[in-house]
Design a binder for this molecule. Structure first.
Ligand SMILES: [Fe+2]
Ligand SMILES: [Fe+2]
Length: 229
């Protein structure tokens, strides 16, 4: 497969991954306050690693790849403090991240990209960004409107900023892919598959953790009845 075909495949794969994630986002119970709050908390945990991942990827690039190195650094500057938006929005809902401990599915989402950056190629971060930013840039405008109407602006700053900022962040994906070598394109493609699966698994994990809490309610009276008898 030549380089242009590889790039085309990556673009198609990214588009399909974004659609698949979006289908799960559509089914996510955003109107339940605890579900949205838990999603914000999980986002807080993985977004806290964005600047670290970009710093690591920038540092691991050889000096011959100065252009990409500088791109990662400028991207890093634009991502500063974004986890704070999540914790502020949580505060707007009356929660803090500690109310929703980090799920293992959330940890897996960023752990695997650390591994690929360290052991395969720093360009893995591009696959990670293409999907996460691609969703914000193309899919969440209506969701942002709906959530702002329900929860107010003070609880939706993270989503509101990203549906605008990530439109810019995704604009230069194509020229960056063209500057990558074969090995780098392979690792980007691999990361796209991983982040799609991991993000969808995280959404499922959030729903499962809330369900587990809801399911635990009926058992309490049953247990206390037994004790009383
Ligand atoms: Fe961001
Ligand atoms: Fe971004």
């Amino acid at each position: 497969m030549n380089k242009q075909e590889k790039i085309k495949n990556i673009e198609l794969k990214a588009r399909a991954a974004i659609e698949n994630v979006y289908r799960d986002l559509e089914r996510f119970p955003w109107t339940e306050k605890r579900a949205y709050a838990s999603w914000l908390a999980q986002s807080y945990y993985y977004v806290s690693h964005t600047t670290r991942l970009l710093a690591l990827a920038a540092a691991r690039l050889p000096t011959e790849e100065q252009k990409l190195h500088l791109r990662f650094l400028s991207h890093l500057a634009e991502e500063k403090g974004h986890e704070k938006l999540c914790s502020n929005d949580l505060k707007g809902l009356g929660y803090e991240p500690a109310n929703f401990p980090e799920l293992p599915q959330t940890s897996a989402l960023y752990h695997s990209v650390y591994y690929l950056i360290e052991h395969r190629d720093p360009c893995a971060i591009l696959g990670y960004a293409m999907i996460l930013e691609g969703i914000s840039a193309t899919k969440i405008d209506a969701l942002v409107e709906q959530l702002t109407a329900q929860y107010s602006k003070s609880a939706t700053s993270f989503l509101r900023l990203h549906c605008e900022a990530d439109k810019e962040h995704t604009q230069e994906n194509k020229p960056v892919l063209e500057s990558c070598n074969d090995q780098q394109l392979d690792v980007i493609s691999e990361e796209i598959s991983m982040i799609e699966t991991e993000y969808r698994t995280m959404l499922h994990g959030i729903r499962e953790s809330l369900q587990a809490k809801a399911d635990s309610k009926p058992w309490l009276p049953a247990l206390s009845l037994k004790k009383a008898a």
